[in-house]
Design a protein around this ligand. Structure first.
Ligand code: HEC
Ligand code: HEC
Length: 276
């Protein structure tokens, strides 16, 4: 080989600065030790595990969340939320927003497998939901619902929220927020029961067929504007006509008017026929 030939020749020539094979092996050893020390130092500086050994592994909330997870979720989502084949997906990197959405709306823990998890009365308190979210967050990176949602919603621009709602949400959730059917047995649910954090979490996590509205698509304030519109205009709408008709929009309203009109016409013609 070329290298061995060269080192052989070096040994015989012995350059002025080289102290022969022993010195060279020694300096190679020193270089190796220095390199290892450097690598170790850099690793210790930047590796999270090195720091994690000094601090507790999880925050207090995340530790509570881990305990809850091991009782209520581990059978389907597996150890350290790594997922279980055929039962539930891995939750690494889904983010706290997804947990707040799924557990806060009672969709999780899942009752049975179907096309779409149903909204149910939540089984965990708001605090427990936040703890579960903190635990899942500690396992990876993912979108998290910020703490200032309530404050932003208070100072929101309702008119702008209405526009953004009509452009981004109404095609699935209907103009009145009543929801509607989508393909293959799925549906966009009604927006009436949702709290501000749940609406925010839905936009951040994009469950099922719903798109993800990250902060590049809708800024946090734009999300807050939409939430304000949903809560103050849609959820507080009192159906001035008396019946909501499911708030499905013009098709059900048209059908109702058509049926009522036909019945009225039939009775009117019966009445006229009876008189003559
Ligand atoms: C009976 C099994 C089962 C149990 C128990 C269960 N899950 Fe799930 N989970 C699923 C399945 C299946 C899905 C995916 C189906 C879906 O998206 O509708 C899912 C989806 C999720 C998602 C959405 C993941 C994503 O990609 O965004 C989250 C978050 C979640 N589960 C959290 C939890 C938490 C927290 C618990 C415990 C409180 C829990 N689950 C209990 C089966 C389960
Ligand atoms: C492509 C259709 C689609 C669009 C567009 C869409 N969504 Fe959804 N949305 C869904 C579906 C499907 C679900 C149900 C997900 C599930 O059950 O896991 C949902 C669920 C929700 C929920 C949860 C309701 C509850 O309490 O159970 C909220 C809140 C929500 N969407 C808000 C919005 C907002 C706000 C927008 C606009 C920024 C929007 N969605 C745009 C399809 C859509």
């Amino acid at each position: 080989m070329e290298t061995s030939a060269r080192s052989g020749s070096r040994r015989t020539w012995s350059r002025p600065w080289s102290g022969g094979p022993v010195r060279r092996r020694f300096s190679a050893g020193v270089r190796l030790v220095v390199a290892l020390l450097l690598a170790g130092g850099v690793h210790a500086l930047f590796a999270p595990s090195a720091r994690a050994q000094e601090e507790p592994r999880l925050s207090a909330a995340a530790a509570e969340g881990e305990a809850l997870f091991e009782v209520g979720c581990i059978t389907c989502h597996g150890r350290s939320a790594g997922g279980v084949e055929g039962r539930g997906p891995s939750l690494i990197n889904v983010g706290g927003a997804s947990v707040e959405f799924q557990v806060g709306t009672g969709r999780m823990p899942l009752a049975r497998q179907e096309a779409q998890a149903q909204r149910k009365p939540p089984q965990y308190s708001d605090e427990e939901v936040r703890q579960l979210a903190a635990y899942i967050d500690s396992l990876g990176v993912g979108p998290v619902v910020p703490d200032d949602v309530g404050a932003r919603v208070e100072h929101a621009d309702l008119a702008r929220g209405g526009e953004l709602f009509r452009v981004n949400c109404s095609q699935c959730h209907a103009f009145g927020g009543g929801g509607g059917a989508l393909s293959s047995g799925k549906y966009a649910p009604s927006l009436y029961p949702a709290s501000d954090r749940i609406i925010y979490a839905a936009m951040l996590s994009g469950p099922q067929n719903m798109p993800v509205f990250g902060d590049n698509t809708l800024t946090p304030q734009e999300k807050a504007n939409i939430i304000a519109y949903i809560q103050r205009v849609i959820q507080s709408d009192t159906d001035p006509g008396g019946f909501s008709l499911g708030r499905y929009g013009p098709s059900t309203e048209g059908l109702a008017v058509f049926l009522v009109g036909i019945v009225a016409l039939v009775f009117a013609s019966l009445w006229i026929a009876g008189k003559s």
